[in-house]
Write a protein that binds this ligand. Structure first.
Ligand SMILES: Cc1cc2nc3c(=O)[nH]c(=O)nc-3n(C[C@H](O)[C@H](O)[C@H](O)COP(=O)(O)O)c2cc1C
Length: 335
């Protein structure tokens, strides 16, 4: 089933954590999130209406769709398909360009301020130089954090490989963005690499304030067997949702373990297939500070309050007063 129409079908169901019970608030790079859930990048378009509904639905933080210097049309429809165990998408990073994005982030900041929900501006570029320009430009909107999507082709590289597949290049992007940003910087990593922990250590040493893992997995291919054609107009696409969760959890574990072994305090947003409170808890147990939620949002905005109320239940059962009391608890128990 194509999921584009589900954009219009989200419902709000706001639940906030009880004041005197377990405390859900977390601090990522000095920024307070009322709870650990974060809308992952690219999932919902930006409009005042959407922001208001997300805040009322109990989201802890919002990441914008990745924006580039110039507007991009993206790939033709269908661009997102639910294949049963998750989604496959080939959006082609469509976005209105940074100029429009700056205005949208400014408007969103005003709207989100009463809820205390921070906004993470996601950027992507095809050259290291453009990442710097973009970071400076988007900083004009004063986002709480900037997330850097480096799962895109580096036009300066010999085979136009993804920035995020090369530890040295990922570090260069990190340094350029850090020099030009006026807020903490989150580097978003791809799982489509041999050693994601090595990339994480490289960006952390280059000054990344946090790491977000993972971007979608793939590319994958799903066919319509009646027509013998791919379900996506683009053919292949990124795989997300429940099917990738065990890989995402393993990546977050690898990253958190490596950061800890290296004595680095870089924090992590664990993303990939999170649909329930149980899944969010698993991400926190392997060391995540915040938990990104993407594909599950297409089932309804109620996912944020479901996850936070499930977190409160879990923390109450285990007598945890704060999320930090169980963060990373599984790290020493995994071989
Ligand atoms: C439709 C769609 C669009 C996406 N667009 C972006 C994007 O613009 N930038 C980005 O960094 N990640 C993008 N992603 C990846 C998500 O942010 C997330 O990392 C990935 O989907 C895994 O999380 P999930 O399983 O909860 O969806 C997109 C994912 C989907 C499904």
């Amino acid at each position: 089933m194509a999921v584009a129409q589900l954009h219009a079908d989200v419902h709000t169901n706001a639940v906030t954590a009880a004041g005197s019970g377990p405390q859900l608030a977390v601090t990522l790079c000095g920024v307070r999130f009322p709870n650990p859930t974060v809308l992952a990048s690219g999932i919902l378009g930006l409009s005042e209406q959407v922001f208001a509904r997300l805040a009322q639905a109990g989201v802890g933080g919002i990441t914008t769709k990745s924006c580039s210097l110039k507007p991009r049309a993206g790939w033709p429809n269908p661009t997102i398909v639910n294949w049963g165990e998750g989604l496959i998408n080939a959006i082609g990073l469509s976005n209105p360009g940074v100029e429009v994005m700056v205005e949208e982030i400014r408007a969103a900041k005003k709207l989100l301020a009463p809820y205390g929900v921070p906004i993470v501006a996601s950027i992507f570029a095809n050259t290291i130089y453009d990442f710097g320009v973009l970071a400076r430009y988007v900083s004009e909107a004063e986002p709480d954090l900037i997330e850097v999507n480096i799962s895109c082709p580096n036009l300066d590289a010999q085979h136009e490989e993804m920035f995020s597949s090369n530890a040295y290049v990922s570090a260069q992007v990190t340094r350029v963005v850090k020099r030009n940003a006026n807020c903490p910087v989150v580097m978003k990593l791809s799982p489509n690499v041999e050693d994601i922990a090595a990339i994480a250590i490289s960006v952390a040493n280059a000054g990344a304030d946090a790491i977000c893992a993972i971007n979608s997995l793939g590319p994958g291919l799903v066919l319509d067997i009646e027509t013998a054609r791919p379900v996506l107009a683009n053919g292949t696409g990124g795989v997300s949702g429940p099917a990738i969760r065990p890989i995402a959890v393993r990546c977050v574990r690898d990253i958190c373990q490596a950061l800890r072994n290296a004595g680095l305090k870089t924090q992590v947003i664990g993303t990939g297939g999170v649909t329930t409170a149980r899944d969010a808890i698993e991400m926190i147990l392997v060391g995540a500070t915040c938990v990104g939620i993407g594909s599950a949002v297409y089932r309804g905005l109620g996912v944020f309050s479901e996850v936070t109320s499930g977190l409160v239940d879990y923390m109450t059962r285990h007598d945890y007063e704060g999320v930090e009391q169980f963060r990373g608890r599984a790290l020493d128990r995994i071989k």
